[in-house]
Design a protein around this ligand. Structure first.
Ligand SMILES: [Zn+2]
Length: 75
């Protein structure tokens, strides 16, 4: 998955290690080749890309991300 958020790699690593499952529905992430819906995508808890902290960045599945009607496709 692409990192479109200017998240530093050390932070990306920490978040990936913390969030093995979707923060919303708890599904275990799969490769995008297995299912697009359960592939991981970046989520900003507070929808502000300037807040780049461990607390504000999480991983959720594309299914949840899409159902929130978010930005994924607009980038
Ligand atoms: Zn989910």
């Amino acid at each position: 998955m692409a990192n479109n958020w200017n998240i530093p790699s050390w932070l990306e690593k920490e978040v990936r290690e913390r969030d093995k499952r979707c923060v919303y529905c708890g599904v275990e992430f799969t490769s995008v080749k297995v299912s697009k819906k359960t592939a991981a995508s970046w989520e900003h808890i507070i929808n502000d890309a300037k807040i780049i902290t461990k607390e504000n960045i999480a991983l959720c599945c594309c299914g949840c991300n899409a159902s929130k009607g978010q930005k994924q496709l607009s980038i």
